[in-house]
Design a protein around this ligand. Sequence first.
Ligand code: SF4
Length: 365
Amino acid sequence: MNDFWNDDDQELANIDVLENCVDCENISAAQRLECDSIIRSKGTPQICFRPEYLTVSDLVKQQWCEQQLVYSLDPGIYLMRAPPGMIVDIEETPEQKLVKKKGSDIHFERELEIQVPVQVNIETKEDDWGVKFLNLQFAVQSFYNGNRLAREIPVFGVPFDKDVFVYGIIDELQYNLNEYRVIITELKTRRNSFPPKQGQIRKDKYQVSLYAQLFNDFVEGRFSKELMAAKLQLKVNAQFSKSVMKHITQSRINSANKIHTLGALIDAVLTQVQAMPRIHFAKVEYIHQETKQFISVVDFCLDFQSLAEQYSRHIEWWLAKRGTTGVEVEDCWKCSYCLFSEFCEWRKVMAERTTKEAYRTKCVT
Ligand code: SF4
């Protein structure tokens, strides 16, 4: 089992992960040094791979297979398992890249059906997060203006008080003013024209539930701008650049002319969002990529208790409180779609350990 965060392998893991940090272009030299010393003493995946925030996509990949997430975060950990001298191809195939592109094109088309994105020049980190709040405000304002749909809505925060900042983008919110109800929808495009397996549905439900939790945290006053500023090292009193100020002035936020800082913008936007109902219901809609025909839809009532349990277990890994796991026997079909199946340690050890015939016949090729 590749419990590379376990004590026995800790030293080795630290070195591997450190190498990844040194190569990473997304962190500053200062962070690299900090990362270096922290990893040597603690070695958490969060500090190394996502020093500021996790994305919902990270967590969804983890839900699919944590071992696969590790290999994609640091392919070196996988490549070192191949025999010396062997050339191992872990690049996505052109076909896989095309599938992703088609999926994002369909999402963009859907966004254009109801809104036209505008370019905003970002000069500072505070500008960047200010624009995210403006996009959230734009969605909520559109409901107050009588629209029933909003798309591409940013949500973020620290779910379940787990001390980890998370960021994601909701595909769609539907607002029913008469029933005072909001439904969240996630659109999934599929290469095949038949409905997804349960494993896929579980992953998609987890994704949409996390978005709903983040949105509800805004609505119910659990979002803390002080915590956000501390996690992301933001200066809430810094003035926005001219470009962002222009969009704030054009927005319909109360007292927009008095808002010049991220802190003031957060307060104004949260006041608007807190007048919305919390989300209880969700949908995952599947459409065929080629034809854009509807395949199936899963409607469900959100279960935040089970979301909290699943999320907590995932965060334990990011905080190095437990080792890495891969797919369970019943989900080993996922391995046949995996770029890392050939030398995957989890798969190998599971095959050796388990006496279940199912694993041997379904999973070992
Ligand atoms: Fe996970 Fe299976 Fe891929 Fe290993 S081969 S990373 S267990 S999906």
